[in-house]
Ligand binder design. Structure first.
Ligand SMILES: C[S@@+](CC[C@H](N)C(=O)[O-])C[C@H]1O[C@@H](n2cnc3c(N)ncnc32)[C@H](O)[C@@H]1O
Length: 332
């Protein structure tokens, strides 16, 4: 079967529509009392490559933990979902390295399935689809370049097979708690009774372990965040000097999240041609770039129940740093 991918509007940065969306989100974010840029803009081609490097860093435990979970519990996960024809849909698939573990389990059981990776990064989707067609030519792959929310809308029209949705890497933690509920409710609405969601959630743990994961010694996470400024300069004609900003990230136990930002090293004004205006930054003023909420096991159950999912089983790594929780949609 041929591998293919499709750009779902407004997913492609080169399209006028995404360009406009980036401009309006940026105008809104930089006009707030606390300046912010949505973390989804971290993932242009360069950002996606930097994130692949982050996943290999010794300090960045989530990827290794989730790989361990899928290697150890992949057979049980696949067993729980059953052998019926399957739509394996992944939200924010990235490079899909961990997903290959599940794909190989499904192939081993001869389950009839197609794989639909959905990601806002076109380079991530295109590379993943190209690689998969070589590695497993018998698997039907249909990548979609799209925002999660457009992806969920697409999903609501897919009824031909049971859905297993993957939302790995604690991507859910990049939403604040209100948007977590909003997104998961939209997803629940798009799914059918008996469909499954495998959701990866990073668990609360000692602050030093979390802080190290977001402050690696090689400075890759700092470069990943600063790439946002390069992206604004390139796509919207900004005149940010990235050397005039410093990356800062710390666990906030009151919010239950890592808050990441870029701090202005000087009082400065930055002009963005595409927005026809300049923005003033005070000394040490932050631009919020990403939140990464962490969860307790009780949070996992509360969230699932609140929305209408039943927790089938929680799968942990040996240190209980991370959980992949298998949820089933209950509508009857
Ligand atoms: C933290 S990475 C995790 C990748 C993968 N799920 C994993 O566990 O290794 C987040 C991925 O989600 C994608 N992403 C971020 N925001 C998105 C959005 N709003 N819609 C679709 N994809 C998004 C990024 O491009 C990136 O590939």
């Amino acid at each position: 079967m041929k591998s293919t991918y499709q750009v779902l509007s407004p997913g492609d940065i080169r399209s006028a529509r995404e360009h406009d969306e980036f401009a309006s989100d940026l105008l809104f974010g930089l006009s707030q009392p606390v300046k912010e840029i949505s973390s989804k803009y971290l993932y242009d081609d360069a950002g996606s490559q930097l994130f692949c490097r982050i996943m290999e860093l010794p300090e960045y435990y989530p990827t290794r933990c989730e790989t361990e979970i899928l290697l150890r519990h992949g057979p049980a996960i696949v067993e729980s979902v059953g052998d019926a024809r399957l739509n394996l849909v992944e939200m924010g698939a990235g490079d899909g390295t961990k997903t290959r573990i599940l794909i190989n389990q499904l192939r081993g059981r001869h389950v009839d399935f197609r794989y639909v990776p959905i990601d806002i990064s076109e380079s991530a989707v295109s590379e993943l689809c190209t690689e998969l067609v070589q590695e497993c030519p018998e698997v039907a792959v249909k990548g979609l370049v799209s925002d999660y929310f457009v992806g969920v809308d697409w999903l609501s029209h897919q009824n031909a097979a049971r859905n297993l949705i993957l939302f790995l890497g604690s991507n859910i933690g990049n939403f604040d708690p209100t948007r977590q509920v909003h997104f998961l409710t939209d997803l629940w609405n798009a799914l059918n009774h008996g469909d499954y969601l495998l959701i990866g959630m990073d668990l609360k743990k000692a602050p030093e372990i979390i802080n190290q994961a977001y402050n690696d010694r090689q400075g890759v996470t700092a470069a990943f965040n600063k790439n946002l400024l390069h992206r604004i300069n390139r796509d919207l004609g900004g005149d940010f000097d990235p050397d005039q900003f410093v990356y800062y990230s710390a666990w906030d136990p009151f919010a239950g999240a890592v808050k990441s930002c870029l701090l202005s090293k000087a009082p400065q004004s930055v002009y963005i041609d595409g927005l026809c205006r300049s923005f003033d930054f005070a000394l040490w003023e932050p631009i919020h770039t990403e939140s990464s909420y962490k969860f307790s096991v009780a949070d996992v159950h509360k969230k699932a129940r609140h929305i209408g999912f039943e927790v089938v089983e929680n799968f942990f790594d040996a240190r209980h740093y991370f959980v992949d929780s298998l949820w089933r949609v209950v509508k009857e």
